[in-house]
Design a binder for this molecule. Structure first.
Ligand SMILES: C[S@@+](CC[C@H](N)C(=O)[O-])C[C@H]1O[C@@H](n2cnc3c(N)ncnc32)[C@H](O)[C@@H]1O
Length: 241
């Protein structure tokens, strides 16, 4: 997979790329990250990339011409074009899974007050928001998307590591522990050192359901509950959890 990232500040990505698990995946040719500086496509004397908004209002937005030239240089037809934006559709794991099966993704990082709407109307397939808050720039959002999507690419990490993660089955992940067995007067739950695989599985499912019920109950509306899950949820509700 190739990520093409359109940004005014490509240097922001260097620390991330140097220190992330992506570096290994890039060496293994599982993916490539192609950083494109939008300013390289601004052809006036000052290489201007932003301008005031029509209709008035504070702040500047990114001009359409440099963005359009940058996009055209990538031959965007057949590639999925994504604009990271607070007014887009919420970024979720199932969409990340969908993207992980694509070959080429073009990510547009906004700045200032955003980008000219005509770029969105003409080029963008998906306008994607990380959450209900406003970041100062799209670069961090692009890194989050790259980080999430790339680890779902086949062979990037072991499939079994993904299967039980939060959101993979619309449940939040159960608590995990490592050595030492005692820490700050707290012990690792006995069941996890019992070696009894079936009991450990049941405990983990119960804890996943308990946590999902506590923090994200709406996720449970979208899963087909097994008989076992239904029983656990009834027990939890009778315990007032
Ligand atoms: C300061 S924001 C612009 C906010 C815009 N004026 C608005 O109110 O929707 C600048 C850039 O940060 C990025 N950004 C901000 N919040 C984001 C979010 N929640 N998800 C994804 N990108 C975001 C976008 O690329 C955006 O163009």
């Amino acid at each position: 997979m190739i990520f093409y990232v359109l940004t005014l500040f490509p240097e922001i990505f260097s620390g991330y790329l140097e220190n992330s698990i992506l570096k290994k995946a890039i060496t293994r040719n599982l993916l490539a990250i192609n950083l494109i500086n939008i300013r390289d496509f601004a052809f006036d004397k000052h290489r201007t990339c932003d301008d005031y908004t029509y209709g008035g209002g504070p702040g500047m937005i990114l001009k359409p011409e440099p963005l359009s030239s940058a996009l055209e240089s990538l031959n965007p037809r057949g590639k999925r074009v994504i604009y990271l934006s607070p007014s887009g559709k919420l970024f979720k794991q199932d969409y990340a899974e969908f993207l992980s099966k694509k070959n080429d993704l073009i990510l547009i990082c906004g700045r200032y007050e955003g980008i000219d709407q005509r770029i969105i109307d003409y080029y963008v397939d998906d306008e994607i928001s990380l959450g209900d808050y406003v970041l100062a720039s799209g670069e961090i959002a692009a890194m989050v998307l790259i980080d999430t999507v790339s680890r779902l690419i086949p062979d990037f990490i072991k499939q079994e590591s993904l299967n039980e993660e939060s959101f993979m089955q619309n449940l939040l992940e159960y608590p995990q522990y490592t050595r030492p067995k005692e820490f700050l007067n707290m012990s690792v739950p006995d069941i996890l050192i019992s070696g009894h695989h079936e009991k450990i599985r049941e405990w983990r499912l119960r804890k996943s359901l308990e946590k999902t019920l506590k923090y994200r109950p709406e996720l449970l509306e979208d899963i087909e509950l097994t008989e076992e899950m239904r029983k656990i949820l009834e027990e939890l509700s009778s315990l007032g959890k």
